[in-house]
Design a protein around this ligand. Structure first.
Ligand code: 5GP
Length: 200
């Protein structure tokens, strides 16, 4: 019987697009592994180290960059974020699908990396809100950030949205259920790709 290598599903989109919820849900349902990133930003209320992120100091982050531990890393909103190779590569080889919540710069770095295992696994998806008004409402509605932070995130979000044509797939976010249904359909379709099948 044929087995397959895992899919590396990169999911980008501005804050408030709902991309993290999609990634978390698919992982919670056991359909894929969520790649927990490293970040130097402080943890928000309720976030757990090792689950939401590996929270590192700038020094720790830099040391791990120098040790070659990252598949990609980028500066986002004034903090460093990065994906550890250890969160991704072994899973793909074992045929386990991995979802990554990643900004547009990180996605470009993964897209252009020269590792054939990554290239064969790669699927990239951009999730965006249906309108600017809706985006602002979602950013404000979360209630965890100050006005200043929201303003910065709105500016960054509009800049980030301009990158959607670089992706292979796009979801215009509507309701959680509709979005999730499209997200699962993408995973289902990608699992049927013949290039990922390993025939004995
Ligand atoms: P937040 O601080 O709101 O959790 O995330 C801010 C941004 O960083 C989001 O766009 C998120 O997708 C991105 N991000 C999270 N993890 C990574 C990562 O490992 N690498 C990169 N490049 N961006 C990340």
């Amino acid at each position: 019987m044929a087995s397959r290598t895992g899919i590396l599903l990169l999911v980008s989109g501005p804050s408030g697009s709902g991309k993290t919820t999609l990634c978390r849900r698919v992982a919670d349902e056991g359909e894929a592994v969520y790649s927990t990133s490293c970040t130097t930003r402080p943890a928000r209320d309720g976030e757990k180290n090792g689950h939401d992120y590996h929270f590192l100091t700038r020094e720790e982050f830099t040391q791990r960059v120098e040790a070659g531990e990252f598949l990609e890393h980028a500066e986002v909103h004034g903090n460093y974020y990065g994906t550890l190779k250890s969160e991704v590569l072994e899973h793909l080889a074992a045929g386990v699908d991995v979802v990554m919540d990643i900004d547009v710069q990180g996605a470009e770095l993964v897209r252009t990396c020269d590792d054939p295992a990554i290239q064969n696994a790669l699927v990239d998806l951009f999730v965006m809100p249906p309108s600017e008004d809706e985006l602002l409402q979602r950013l404000t509605g979360r209630g965890t950030d100050s006005d200043e932070v929201i303003e910065l995130r709105m500016k960054n979000a509009l800049e980030e949205i301009s990158y959607w044509p670089k992706y292979s797939y796009r979801i215009i976010s509507l309701t959680r259920e509709e979005d999730y249904s499209k997200f699962k359909s993408l995973l289902t379709a990608e699992r049927m790709r013949i290039s990922r099948l390993q025939t004995p």
